[in-house]
Design a protein. Structure first.
Length: 263
């Protein structure tokens, strides 16, 4: 009986493998960071699939050097999925990203400046990056540039960021009017998560507006708005604080881009 159960289990496993092989390969829509370069202290990345995937995905994903040598255990053994089951966020081992910790001292950093790395899924490359310098600064909203928009149009409001932000933080920015009412519209991140755009659902009206930025906005290295991932116990990060950047919608058609400072 025990032998029969064992053989039955083997047959079931083989059947599952055959069924998986018969299914079309899951389509990867985008990998974030989507730019060509990542900092040496990269902390997390996200893979966006066209549809939910059954079963564990982490064993099917690998991070390797350009010559094919795999990086050993670069990720924490956990899968963070979006509610719709399409976006997988992977965390690189924080103990090897942050300096001064035992894991980094014993195993070294996961990636270093100058490296070229490849992310693969089921053995197929889905994203390549060049590794740049460590980025220890969080997003600086006062350095962002806000485009001009004009009343009567639905032209996109474009925010040029000082550095890439986390690709999943697209909804951490919003536009409100002078009465603090949320303006409905579509938000997008592009250009390697360095540009945020907002297209209103209805035409702009002349008046005062504000770009609201959630204080917990981060970049892919865990640096927060007004804070840093590399902090010691003796110097903790300040509490997260939202930021507002004021701008006006003018009734004329003058073009241009201007830097806007928060209050």
């Amino acid at each position: 009986m025990r032998w029969q159960l064992l053989m039955g289990g083997v047959a079931l496993a083989a059947a599952l493998q055959i069924a998986r092989a018969a299914q079309p390969a899951p389509e990867v829509v985008v990998v974030q960071p989507s730019g060509a370069e990542v900092p040496a202290n990269l902390l997390r990345l996200s893979v966006v699939f066209a549809a939910p995937i059954e079963g564990e995905v982490l064993p099917r994903i690998a991070l390797s050097r350009a010559d094919g040598r795999p990086l050993q255990e670069p990720f924490l053994p956990q899968e963070l999925w979006s509610p719709d089951g399409k976006i997988l966020t992977l965390l690189l081992h924080p103990g090897r990203v942050k300096t001064g910790l035992v894991a980094r001292e014993q195993q070294g950093p996961i990636v270093s400046e100058g490296d070229d790395v490849v992310l693969t899924f089921d053995g197929h490359p889905i994203k390549r990056w060049h590794v740049g310098a460590v980025d220890g600064n969080g997003p600086v909203a006062s350095a962002w540039k806000l485009s001009r928009v004009h009343a009567g149009s639905r032209e996109p409001f474009v925010v040029t960021l000082d550095n890439p932000i986390d690709g999943l933080d697209v909804d951490y920015l919003a536009v409100v009017d002078g009465s603090d009412h949320l303006i409905a519209g579509q938000r997008q991140l592009r250009d390697g998560e360095t540009t945020w755009t907002f297209t209103p659902a209805a035409a702009w009206k002349a008046g005062d507006y504000r770009l609201m930025v959630r204080g917990t906005l981060e970049d892919a290295s865990g640096n927060r708005l007004g804070g840093h991932f590399e902090t010691s116990i003796d110097s903790p990060q300040p509490p997260a604080a939202d930021v507002g950047l004021d701008f006006k919608v003018s009734p004329d058609r003058r073009q241009g881009t201007s830097a806007v400072n928060s209050r």
